[in-house]
Design a protein around this ligand. Sequence first.
Ligand SMILES: *Cc1c(COP(=O)(O)O)cnc(C)c1O
Length: 403
Amino acid sequence: MSIYARWQVPEIINCAGTVTRLGGALMPSQVVEAMAEAAYQSVSLEQLQAAASRVIARITGAESGLVTSGAAAAVTLGTAAILTGLNPARMEKLPVCTDFPHQMVIPRDHRNGYDHAVRAAGAVLVEVGFNEPQAGSGVRCCELWEIEAAFGPLTAGVFYVCRPDAQPALQDVVRLAHQYQLPVLVDAAGQVPPKENLRRLVASGADLVAFSGGKGIRGPQATGFLCGKRDLVAAAALQMLDTDEHIELWAPPDDWLPRQALAGLPRQGIGRGMKVAKEQIVGLLVALELYVQGAYDDEIRAGARRLEFVMSQLSHLPVTCQLVASAEGELPPQLHIRIDPVLLGRSVWEVCRNLRCGKPPVYVNTSELSRNTLVIDPTNLRDDQLTVLTSRLQEELGVVRMA
Ligand SMILES: *Cc1c(COP(=O)(O)O)cnc(C)c1O
């Protein structure tokens, strides 16, 4: 019996991918075992985070790192660090930051719901450029000169949301910002895989980069990490860690938290509600090491095999199936199942709802619904779920309703 059945929560078949609302990635057993082991021992969180910083630095090439409770938390903490630097008086004021530079410049087409994480620290987003291709009115989004024109006395830094085709190019934005001594914070939550992005984005010179731990890295869902410049990572750490300590006794690892650079020990900071447990830190580190060692590489082929099986079971149905390889590589393909709503007698929405309401509930990836296409992502699919999945798909896609 599933542990979830104890509370009458049905287990689902997740063909949507590592989405947060369906629990993120499934963790490898080595990660789960390491977390269980970590749970039975006490350690200093500062020492554990400093050790994590060394691992993150080795893997990303950054000076320093911090395990956070997700990429969104890393973005809030990174913003807080940019607003305050190592100034404890400023740390104590957040999210109120009107009397020091608090504007984060962002290309307009980088705006998205997750940028709430920047605003949560108190920063104000200053949008520049347009999204003319989206509006159908032109060919340009945001250009460097528009970012430069927005810089002023209240500018704290630049916020950049990474995707493979993001414009302007990250290294150009970094070069421009650094001409004005302004830092660049990058949301790279979903940019691994490919593995090379772990180093490439830091190598762009960006001051802080935020990654998710519970997506491609397959660590605990509520983890992520921030990596970048030592003082900024230290400022982020100070606003998340439990700082309720006597200053006479406080002795954080000096290569990670430069105690002598601080006027005093800040009190519990704006990131205190984003704390990370020792088990999560251990889980993230084990997952990160597995990931960079290539432990998941076989999953690409295994995922493709699962999809080929599903596809073979749908061949007699009035649908069009196609395996679509990942554009960025290092990810399994996805299966696109295109339906004809007229032939089927129901919309793609109805099919999706029926799949979710069935037994067991099946959640497909909904990114192509506007094209009447269900997408099956094999990342979180287990082999033992394949026959049930295919029979549910056959039931929902096989009946042609007579008009
Ligand atoms: C997933 C995602 C986040 C949030 O990451 P968490 O690790 O779940 O906090 C933030 N930004 C973008 C662009 C994402 O895709």
